[in-house]
Design a protein around this ligand. Structure first.
Ligand code: ATP
Length: 366
């Protein structure tokens, strides 16, 4: 079997009494774009800093190509970090910023350095900016130089800690595409930290969802989006309507559930056993639902509370069984439904999922 590039093995980390990383284990493959995603304070940056060697771990191991690096100094680990605040040297021009690492390490001659610097500047589309000082660059350009400065060392892994966090929305979206392309072009393994689910879903080969220092799910963006393994991932990723339902029948792929007067067939998560007669949580992506004035099979019957148009999006709030659900449509709906109309709400099969309820979960909270 192919050896993973990096293995995190049962990592535990404390800040005083606070258990910040709890038994974290997963592998990172050569050449992948892997994102650590989770809410603020869940431990993403701490985990990245442990990989970089900027934080020590209390137990467990970190293996790079099968060898432990946990006791190795940061500059010996063959990993480089790009931070949100760029951390460029303000008194050095672009070229000297990029040349700084190799010069300190004495890892290349000045001639090699010149060639490599031109290569990485071309990669980040900043050739010709060598003489500029950092304050003469835009935020996006500074971020590109920070990435070029990390890439020149040809690290086995590039660690990126919310590198686009300081940019405005438009530039951030542009840089997301650029970064993903750059990663594929260089073949460098990227480990990327963000709390922004859209960013993670757009860029990554795989995503590790973390909550309170624990890995919740590891999978492809599609897997995480369509097949969340628990209620945390279900509520954290995507906008869903969450409904408490009763399980009437359950088979291999689908279950029959009751929500108010409605009895509908819903896809099982495949990860959990649902019990007949017990409650379950029905989670449906708002943008995978449709509203119709005409009777539909396998539908929830409800009453329109409001219809709101914003650009290409139509948000329709519908009352079903005393609960309010939201449907987001991107095309013209097949009826001009209005407040008070009776409608039939359907959904794409893969947009809905059934999960067992968890302690403390309350329908109204979502
Ligand atoms: P964000 O998205 O806000 O950057 P994060 O998921 O990266 O959050 P971390 O920075 O890893 O979170 O912090 C995890 C937890 O550890 C937080 O509760 C934080 O307050 C705490 N923490 C981080 N660094 C230290 C430290 N040096 N000493 C004590 N507690 C710390």
């Amino acid at each position: 079997m192919k050896q993973p590039l990096l293995s995190l093995v049962n990592i535990n980390k404390y800040f005083g009494d606070f258990h910040v990383l709890k038994d974290i284990s997963f592998d990172i493959e050569q050449g992948e774009f892997l994102t650590l995603l989770g809410p603020s304070g869940c431990g993403k940056t701490t985990l990245l800093r442990c990989i970089a060697g900027l934080e020590s771990i209390h137990s467990g191991d970190i293996l790079l190509n099968g060898s432990s690096i946990k006791d190795m100094a940061p500059n010996k680990r063959n990993v480089n970090t790009v931070f949100q605040n760029y951390a460029l040297f303000p008194h050095l021009n672009v070229y000297d910023n990029i040349a700084y690492g190799p010069r300190v390490k004495k890892s290349m001659t000045e001639a090699e350095l010149k060639e490599r610097a031109a290569n990485v500047l071309e990669l980040v589309q900043m050739l010709g900016y060598e003489k500029r000082m950092p304050h003469q660059l835009s935020g996006g350009q500074r971020q590109r130089i920070a990435i070029a400065r990390a890439l020149i060392n040809e690290p086995a892994i590039l660690l990126l800690d919310e590198p686009l966090g300081a940019l405005d929305l438009k530039l951030r979206k542009h840089m997301q595409t650029e970064l993903a392309q750059l990663q594929k072009k260089t073949g460098t393994t990227f480990v990327y930290v963000t709390h922004d689910q859209e960013e993670a879903l757009n860029m990554s080969d795989r995503i590790v969802v973390i909550d309170q220092g624990e890995v919740q799910q590891l999978g492809s963006p599609r897997d995480i989006y369509n097949n969340p393994v628990n209620l945390f991932v279900t509520t954290f990723i995507g906008d869903r309507n969450m409904m408490r339902v009763r399980v009437l029948e359950t088979e291999a792929t689908h279950s029959l559930v009751q929500f108010g007067e409605n009895v509908v067939s819903i896809r099982n998560s495949g990860q959990h056993q649902l019990e007949v007669g017990r409650e379950a949580v029905l989670a449906v992506h708002m943008d995978k639902m449709r509203v119709s004035c005409h009777e539909q099979p396998n539908a929830l019957v409800g009453e329109v509370l409001s219809v709101h148009y914003s650009g290409s999006q139509i948000r329709i709030r519908v009352k079903v069984a005393d609960r309010q659900i939201t449907v987001v449509e991107y095309q013209k709906i097949d009826c001009e439904c209005e407040k008070g109309d009776q409608v039939y709400v359907t959904w794409e099969d893969h947009g809905a999922i059934l999960l067992p309820p968890e302690d403390g979960w309350a329908e109204g909270e979502v």
